[in-house]
Design a protein. Structure first.
Length: 205
């Protein structure tokens, strides 16, 4: 079987075509690919104490503040080459093709929240996601949302997967502990992004 190209190094170029031929030769059949899955870093944010803020400000002022919040977050996410997947109540669900960029975006979003006198929190995880039109679904998304639920005000909390993927990026972390995530098997190592002293990192990155 001849395939286009100058060599058959399986880990570069169109590796799927070569590996498909090898698989069919060895097993007699080709495995089915799943084109509806993508590797992504997912980020969830949330406004801490949103109900109290809304009660204090009143409906009209709170509506205007949320509009400013949404606009700032969408702009910052675009600046870091992310994609806003959808709003999630008083927060946002976004995806990125790189975990370091997602972390720096999350830090920037906390700063954006402070500029509006709002405390945000963010949770991040990296893994394969199921494509559902413009939406993303699956266990990775579920884990990201659960991690965000555990984050403290003005804190970026990430899974051990994210932390391991950005080794060498000079992003400082502190070990938060091992947690069981609701609806997810096993226990998960969680890390806070910090300034080396356990405090949340600030700055636009």
């Amino acid at each position: 079987m001849e395939l286009p190209g100058d060599d058959h190094i399986y880990f570069t170029g169109d590796s799927d075509a070569l590996l498909d031929e090898i698989e069919e030769f060895v097993t007699g059949s080709r495995g089915a690919h799943d084109p509806d899955r993508v590797l992504a870093t997912v980020m969830f944010t949330d406004i801490v104490g949103s109900t109290e803020h809304a009660a204090r400000l009143g409906d009209r002022r709170w509506h205007d503040l949320i509009a400013d919040h949404d606009r700032l977050l969408q702009d910052r996410i675009a600046d870091y080459r992310g994609r806003t997947v959808r709003r999630t109540g008083d927060g946002v669900f976004a995806s990125f093709d790189g975990p370091a960029r997602a972390i720096r975006c999350a830090i920037s979003l906390l700063d954006a929240g402070r500029s509006l006198e709002l405390a945000l929190r963010a949770g991040l995880h990296t893994g394969e996601c199921q494509l559902a039109g413009d939406d993303l679904a699956g266990v990775t998304v579920h884990i990201g949302a659960r991690i965000a639920d555990l984050a403290e005000p003005n804190q970026v909390l990430v899974s051990g997967t994210v932390r391991d993927l950005v080794v060498g990026s000079n992003i400082p972390f502190s070990f938060r502990g091992t947690e069981a995530l609701d609806g997810v098997p096993g226990e998960w190592r969680l890390f806070t992004v910090d300034d080396g002293n356990g405090a949340p990192t600030s700055g636009s990155g």
